[in-house]
Design a protein around this ligand. Structure first.
Ligand code: NAP
Length: 267
């Protein structure tokens, strides 16, 4: 079924983690293409600054909703906000997420359980809430931000890689379930990208971020937006990332894990 998304005059995209990094760049691309926005993140002042900038530059309406996706009831409060404000969400961008580097036996379990909550549970819950109305309208798009980490086990960042494997698997399965509904699901799998991510994950000194070169968030977002609008199921920005992802699909898992460990190690 052909999505009706492009025919309606005014469309709204909800972007989690829309106040910085890849999420803010995705919000900019969406605004440039005349989408109104709902931006979600924890810090209200950063959200309001981003919303003001986007409204001024692109003439769209940008709502903000401050929520901490580590809280299990946050997705429901976001959904209730949109419902109460009668904002129809046509595009859901599940972008918020974070990582943590280190030996699993030493890392902080609270941060890792929070990571599973944000990267996996909140993404799943938001999709559960916002996709059924899209299916009813026979129109909608979901962009889930995974990572090239989704394609292999990731020693020294074990929980993060596992969360992204979930995001990729979930997105591809849901895309197939929703075939012929007018709703598409795209998994965006960036490689290392210049944002606050590496610092928050304590990974700035890893070979991955120091040696292999990082992409800029604007081009990653442009690529992801384009893939989403074309209804593609998988979007891997950059030729090197595409090759690495495909090689990992063919390589023995133990070899994949060994190579990922080398990339994660401090340089
Ligand atoms: N950068 C990379 O190298 C890279 C590579 C592959 C995939 N990714 C993925 O890309 C996505 C975006 O990451 P990024 O690199 O743009 O990171 P970033 O620069 O650290 O931005 C993270 C965004 O998420 C928000 N956020 C963080 N924790 C949150 C929480 N508990 N509740 C609500 N919002 C929260 C942040 O705002 P507040 O702090 O105000 O909440 C911010 O807007 C993530 O899913 C990440 O895993 C990143």
């Amino acid at each position: 079924m052909v999505s009706k998304l492009n025919r309606s005059p005014r469309q709204t995209a909800l972007v989690t983690g829309g106040s910085g990094g890849i999420g803010l760049e995705l919000a900019k691309v969406l605004a440039r293409h005349h989408f109104d926005l709902v931006l979600v993140a924890r810090k209200r002042d950063t959200l309001e600054a981003a919303a003001g900038q986007l409204e001024g530059k692109y003439g769209i309406t940008a709502h903000v909703f401050a929520a901490d996706l580590r809280e299990p009831d946050a997705p429901q409060t976001i959904f209730d906000f949109a419902t109460n404000e009668t904002i129809e969400i046509n595009v859901l961008v599940n972008n918020a997420g974070f990582g943590l580097g280190g030996e699993f036996v030493e890392t902080d379990v609270k941060r890792e359980l929070d990571m599973i909550q944000v990267n996996v549970s909140a993404l799943t819950h938001l999709t559960k809430l916002f996709v059924p109305p899209m299916v009813k309208r026979q129109s909608g798009r979901v962009l889930n931000v995974a990572s090239t980490a989704a394609f292999q086990p990731g020693p020294l960042m074990a929980v993060y890689y596992a969360t992204k494997a979930y995001v990729l698997s979930f997105s591809e399965a849901l895309a197939e379930e929703l075939r012929n509904t007018g709703v598409t699901v795209t998994a965006l799998c960036p490689g290392p990208t210049a944002t606050s991510f590496a610092e928050a994950a304590e990974m700035t000194n890893s070979r991955l971020f120091k040696t292999f070169g990082v992409a800029d968030a604007a081009s990653v977002s442009e690529y992801g937006f384009d893939a989403m609008m074309r209804g593609k199921r998988l979007a891997i920005p950059g030729i090197r990332n595409k090759i690495v992802a495909q090689a990992n699909r063919l390589a023995p898992r133990a070899l994949s894990a060994r190579l990922a460990r080398l990339a994660q190690e401090t340089r």
